[in-house]
Ligand binder design. Structure first.
Ligand code: 5SP
Length: 233
C-alpha cells in the first residue's frame, strides 16, 4: 500500500512569486503539482519548460507535472529535461501512448496517464502495467477551484481492483476539488496522492492547510480499513 501524500498544485499559487510560494508550503510536503496547459487541450494557458526549469532550481521537492496539452510527444521530454521528476499525459491525444510511456522512461522520468471524469478506465487499461501513476481527474481539467465530482469515486475503486488483478504498482492520484471535506472518500476508495490547489494556496498557513488535507485522507483510509463511514461502497 502506498504512503499517502499531498501534492499542492501551483496553479493556485501566485505565479509572480512561485519560488517563495513553493518554499512556503515545502515544510509540509514532499512534492508539488505543476499544471502545463496549452489552450488547445484545455481552454487555459499556463506555463512550460522554462518555468519548470526555474522551479527545479528553486526547490528539491519532487516535481509532478501534469500535461494538459495536445502534443505531449514533443513537449513531455522537454519538461523532463527541464527537471520534472514525473510527467503525466492524457493518452487519447497520442497515437502510440505506450510508446510515449517508454520514451519518457528512457529519458529518466516517472510516468503517469490521466483520465477525465467521464472517461472509462478501459481507456488506459493497456498502460496500467507500465506506469507509475494513474491520475483520476475529479473535475474537468483546465481550472482550479471547481467542485469535486463524487461520481468519479467508483473509478478509483476500479483502478485498485485492476492494479491487484494485474499485479501492477502504480499510484492513484486524484485532482480537482480536493479538500479536507472531500479527500476522505477518495482515500477510502484507494487514492494515495492528493492534488490540492485552492485548499492549500488559498490559506495563509499553507503547511497547516496541506497537513489538514493529509490528515483527512489518513482518516478516510483508516475508516475504510475499519469498515467505517467513508468506506467506498
Ligand atoms: O489540473 C488541475 C485543474 O485542471 C488542478 O491541478 C487544479 O490546480 C486543482 O485545483 P483545485 O481544484 O484543488 O483548486
Amino acid at each position: 500500500m502506498h504512503e499517502l501524500r499531498v501534492a499542492p498544485s501551483i496553479l493556485s499559487a501566485d505565479f509572480a512569486r512561485l519560488a517563495d510560494e513553493v518554499a512556503d508550503v515545502a515544510p509540509a510536503v514532499s512534492m508539488v503539482h505543476v499544471d502545463v496547459m496549452d489552450a488547445h487541450y484545455v481552454p487555459n494557458l499556463t506555463l512550460g519548460p522554462p518555468v519548470v526549469r526555474s522551479l527545479r532550481a528553486a526547490t528539491p521537492l519532487f516535481l509532478d507535472a501534469h500535461l494538459m496539452i495536445t502534443d505531449p510527444r514533443t513537449y513531455a521530454p522537454q519538461v523532463v529535461a527541464a527537471g520534472a521528476d514525473s510527467v503525466t499525459f492524457h493518452p487519447e491525444v497520442e497515437d502510440d501512448p505506450l510508446g510515449l510511456v517508454e520514451l519518457l522512461r528512457d529519458v529518466g522520468s516517472q510516468v503517469g496517464v490521466a483520465v477525465r471524469p467521464h472517461q472509462p478506465l478501459s481507456l488506459v487499461e493497456e498502460l496500467l502495467e507500465s506506469i507509475d501513476l494513474l491520475l483520476v481527474m475529479t473535475v474537468q481539467p483546465g481550472f482550479g477551484g471547481q467542485a469535486f465530482q463524487p461520481e468519479v469515486l467508483p473509478k478509483i475503486a476500479e483502478a485498485v481492483a485492476a492494479r491487484e488483478r494485474l499485479g501492477a504498482r502504480f499510484r492513484i492520484e486524484v485532482d480537482g476539488g480536493i479538500s479536507p471535506d472531500t479527500v476522505g472518500g477518495t482515500a477510502a476508495a484507494g487514492a494515495d496522492t492528493f492534488v490540492a490547489g485552492s485548499a492549500v494556496f488559498d490559506h495563509l498557513d499553507r503547511p497547516a492547510a496541506a497537513r489538514a488535507v493529509l490528515a483527512a485522507a489518513e482518516a478516510g483510509r483508516r475508516e475504510a480499513a475499519d469498515g467505517g463511514p467513508s468506506a467506498a461502497g
